[in-house]
Structures are given as C-alpha cells and as structure tokens.
Design a protein around this ligand. Structure first.
Ligand code: GDP
Ligand code: MG
Length: 315
C-alpha cells in the first residue's frame, strides 16, 4: 500500500519554517519537540549551517520542521548564503514559526524579520516567545503585551514557551498542526530526520569544537566526513562484531586556530574527539572509532568552490 493511501482521513501535513535570529533557541525547540538531539545547539550563535528537516508524526498530522540559520546582516559570503537560504525558505513552506528570545525586549534586528514576513499576507505565522523560564513571573504579562504590540498583526497568535524545559511546547505543536493544510504523509511516519548520517556526524563534531573552543575558533570552522566504514572489532578480522570507523577533516582558516584546536600535546583535539565519539555512538547505536585531522585552508569561507565542497549550496 502506498504511503498516500495509508494516510488517515482528515490528516494534515506540511513544512514549517523556524525563523528567528541566531541563538533564540530554534534548534533547542526542534530537539525538544522531536525528543532527540537532531539539530545541534550551542551557546555560540549561528551554528546551524545546513538545513535540517526534523519530522514529527502524530495521529493527526505530520510536521516537517525546517531549521534555518538565523536571519542577520551578512558579513561575508558565508553569511550571505545563510540569509539567502532563509529568504528562499519563506516562499517554500506552509507555516512560519517566528521565534523570539522572550527573555529580551524586541529589538531592531527583530523588526527586520517581522517586515520580511509581512510581505506574504496569506502565510500563517505563529509567534513564539521562547526562554520564558528566564522571565520573571511579575514581568510576563508586560513582556507578552510588548511583543503583541511589536509584531502588530492580529492574524499572528503569540505564544510563550521554554524550549529548554518543554513548558508550553505541547500547546504549540497543536496550534502549528491546526495551521497546516490537509495532506498525506510527506515522509515515512517513523522517520525523524531527513539528513544523511554524514551530516549529522559532522554536526556532532562541529558542536564539540564550538563548545570547547568558544571564541578562539569561531565560525571559520568546517567539518568534512572523509570516510565512514564498518570495520571488524579485532585486528585479525576474525570477529563478527563490527564498529563504525569515522575519518573526518576539520578545516580552519588560520594556523593559530589549528594550534588551539589541537591543544597542548593534542589534548584539546582528544577531548573534542572523545565527546563527539560518545554522541556518535548514541546516534548510531554501536561502537565508533573516530579519527580527526586538522587542516588550514586560508579564507575558505570566501571561496565559492570551497563552500560547495563543505555543503553550503548557493541559490
Ligand atoms: P538557535 O541559534 O536559534 O538554533 O539557538 P539554540 O537552540 O542553539 O540555543 C541557543 C542557546 O540558548 C543554547 O545555549 C540553549 O541552551 C539556550 N536556550 C534555548 N532555548 C532556551 C530556553 O527556553 N530557555 C533557556 N534558559 N535557554 C534556552
Ligand atoms: Mg540553531
């Protein structure tokens, strides 16, 4: 039986874009809803470079979340591509979820996004004030009203939630579902993510690099998975037990960044590799052997061919 035929009556489905500035909690929100660590999250802004589709299938609907890089002012070629891909996305989806950091007052950068969305009047937009756990109880009402005034659009319902604790997220999923058109399953009901395993693996490495090095090795880092092999657990190949061997190259722009990444006697790279490996084992559900190489490619972010090599497609 085809998937289409097996869709329940009255079923709703569609693509949902998460739009918001870097660091407001888009990836955390996706992970909270799907219940798995799919999108990488980090206290460092702008870590989500590849478009991840996370899929939530319920009895009544299928929501396909497209996690996007935050919209911001482009600084260089990589930044421009991120903004292009966000703008393009607005035209491709069924519903927009506009996420703000509710623990902060609305700002000028937020106005830019609101104006961008107001252009298409037929597109359903839900507004989320995230990080509500950080808002003082006595301030909640004022902050909510502040944002309602700010978005200034009675067609856009405003919700508050905490993607971190999960508070308020169920209600949101229900409202997002209702905003979708009637339609069949877009993906097999048991699928949670449409990215190839390699992207997920490279994102796990990138996450650990950003978490462990902070400002010293900023966004000028890219990870390429060179090989993923199933290998025997022992040297003589006699055992049936297999582990997954992952070889990856980490590319930085400067020699100094390579030094920081490797650390004293290789200690930093070891730490990054170990934590990433443990997370990979969870993802793959089996033992993993991980080897990381570090390579300096000056100015890779400004070279179109290099960007494509690392999976950042142009228009
Ligand atoms: P993105 O850039 O919009 O995808 O943001 P992330 O999901 O990577 O989150 C950025 C940072 O905000 C991370 O350190 C998260 O743990 C944190 N964060 C996200 N949601 C919440 C929330 O609801 N409450 C609090 N306190 N922190 C959050
Ligand atoms: Mg993100």
């Amino acid at each position: 039986m085809s998937l289409l035929n097996s869709t329940p009556e009255g079923y709703k489905s569609g693509f949902v874009a998460l739009i918001g500035r870097p660091n407001v909690g888009k990836s955390t929100f996706v992970n909270q809803i799907i219940g798995e660590n799919i999108a990488i999250t980090s206290p460092v802004a702008q870590t989500t470079r590849n478009r991840l589709r996370a899929i939530l299938t319920t009895q009544k609907s299928q929501l396909v979340f497209v996690d996007t890089p935050g919209i911001h002012k482009p600084h260089h070629l990589l930044g421009e591509r991120l903004v292009q891909s966000s703008k393009k996305l607005i035209g491709e989806v069924d519903t927009i979820v506009l996420i703000f950091d509710g623990s902060q007052k609305p700002g000028r950068g937020d106005q830019f996004i609101v104006n961008l969305l107001k252009v298409d009047k037929n597109l359903p937009v839900l507004v989320i004030l995230n990080k509500w756990d950080l808002v003082n109880k006595s301030n909640c009402k004022d902050r909510l009203n502040e944002y309602i005034d700010f978005v200034d659009n009675k067609d856009w319902p405003v919700f508050s939630c905490s993607a971190l604790t999960g508070n308020g997220c169920d209600v949101l999923v229900e409202s997002i579902s209702q905003s979708l058109p009637l339609g069949p399953y877009l993906y097999p009901p048991n699928l949670k993510c449409d990215q190839p395993e390699e992207i997920l693996l490279s994102e796990l490495i990138r996450e650990q690099i950003l978490l462990n090095t902070r400002e010293e090795v900023p966004h000028s880092v890219a990870v390429r998975i060179d090989r993923v092999d199933e290998v025997s657990m022992d040297k003589n190949n006699s055992s049936d037990l297999k582990k997954t061997a992952v070889l990856a190259t980490v590319v930085v722009e400067r020699k100094s960044q390579k030094g920081i990444l490797i650390g004293k006697g290789g200690s930093m790279l070891k730490k990054i590799g170990k934590t990433a490996r443990l997370k990979m084992q969870k993802l793959i559900n089996g033992p993993v052997y991980l080897e990381l190489f570090v390579k300096v490619v000056p100015d890779w972010r400004s070279k179109p061919a290099r960007l494509s090599e690392f999976g950042y497609e142009g228009k």
